[in-house]
Design a protein around this ligand. Structure first.
Ligand SMILES: NC(=O)c1ccc[n+]([C@@H]2O[C@H](COP(=O)([O-])OP(=O)(O)OC[C@H]3O[C@@H](n4cnc5c(N)ncnc54)[C@H](O)[C@@H]3O)[C@@H](O)[C@H]2O)c1
Length: 316
């Protein structure tokens, strides 16, 4: 039986992925961890440890104590926040990955999932239907750390036989926790403000197209990749995964279908430049071919769920 460790479980992805993994592997077989306290549904449904990924020795102790065979390493500082503190963010994103890679190699942990991002692309990358392999010239500290991270996981895979698996997530949208300081966060905030205030001020321009994915599709894709046969995986660094492509104006129109009085204004900030350097849509045909990537949600289907679930939260 596999034993799983989630690093960074209290964040936007970890808070949902951990519970899904516990359904599959059993509550006691999925140890959750974060540098901060997680929600009660995580700490009370299975093992939880406070862990800093920059303290690899302590992570190694937990790996040995629980007999961990697979790690999901989600701890990171996201694009918007990383621009505010470039060097400390580089340490967490990069040293935090290298130390875990080294530990996984030494302790012979069976498999490591580490997410990359569309932030690996840059201004010279083709912006429409961005291919798996193309020019990558990221100009944010986050994007540089993700691109370097991709090369390192490919290196450990090739040189030491470590079974590393990775997805270049697009912007992820969910209702359970707040977004973690990324450039695509508007697509989460907008639904909260729609329910709480009936209006939203967007920090990106109305026609800024970006690739996006609803969290249930992201969780499904992650688990599918981790379960895929190793010999079917043809990408050594990180798989392109597209989801949908939409702009703030599309979200506005989608919300208006459910809430006709909803209004939206635009006050772009520093994140506009980051968004401008990223692709608008992604070619994920290799992931579809290698491990049957597929999606259930389009924008309108997601909007219905987001509004209904956030409404429920505030009615409690
Ligand atoms: N959310 C997205 O849209 C998105 C898109 C692309 C890639 N990703 C990647 O997915 C991963 C998870 O993203 P998320 O959205 O859940 O981020 P998040 O910011 O919501 O969560 C990250 C978690 O890591 C924890 N953390 C930070 N520093 C830590 C440290 N030193 N030790 C241990 N834990 C630490 C934080 O407390 C937080 O709970 C990250 O690698 C991120 O780069 C996310």
């Amino acid at each position: 039986m596999d034993k799983i460790l989630v690093l960074g479980c209290a964040g936007q992805i970890g808070s949902e992925l951990t519970l899904e993994l516990r359904k599959i592997y059993g509550d006691s077989n999925v140890c959750a961890s974060d540098i901060r306290q997680a929600d009660k549904d995580i700490t009370e449904s299975g093992p939880f440890e406070i862990l800093n990924v920059l303290e690899a020795n302590k992570v190694a102790e937990v790996v040995k104590k629980h007999g961990i065979t697979q790690i999901y390493h989600l701890a990171a500082i996201l694009s918007g926040n990383a621009e505010k503190k470039p060097l400390p963010s580089w340490d967490i994103n990069m040293k935090g990955l290298l130390d875990i890679l080294e530990m996984v190699k030494e302790l012979k942990v069976k498999r490591l999932f580490w997410p990359s991002s569309i932030a690996v692309f840059g201004p010279s990358t083709p912006i429409k239907n961005t291919p798996q392999q193309c020019v990558m010239d990221p100009n944010t500290v986050y994007g540089i750390s993700k691109l370097a991270g991709e090369r390192w996981i490919a290196y450990y895979r090739k040189r030491y036989g470590v079974d590393t698996r990775s997805i270049r997530y697009p912007g992820l949208i969910s209702y359970k926790t707040e977004a973690g300081g990324g450039t695509t966060d508007y697509a989460v905030e907008v639904y909260y403000d729609a329910i709480q205030k009936g209006s939203y001020i967007c920090f990106l321009e109305k026609d800024t197209y970006l690739p996006m994915m609803f969290m249930p599709d992201a969780i499904k894709a992650t688990i599918q990749l981790m379960h895929a046969d190793a010999d079917k995986l043809t990408v050594e660094d990180s798989y392109n995964v597209g989801g949908m492509s939409f702009c703030p104006d599309d979200v506005f129109k989608s919300i208006q279908k459910e809430m006709p009085n909803f209004t939206m204004d635009y006050e772009p900030d520093f994140r506009q430049a980051i968004a401008n350097s990223w692709p608008q849509s992604i070619d994920d045909s290799i992931a579809r071919n290698d491990w049957n990537l597929s999606f259930e949600y389009d924008l309108d289907a997601m909007t219905k769920v987001m509004l209904a679930e956030i409404k429920k939260k505030f009615e409690k």
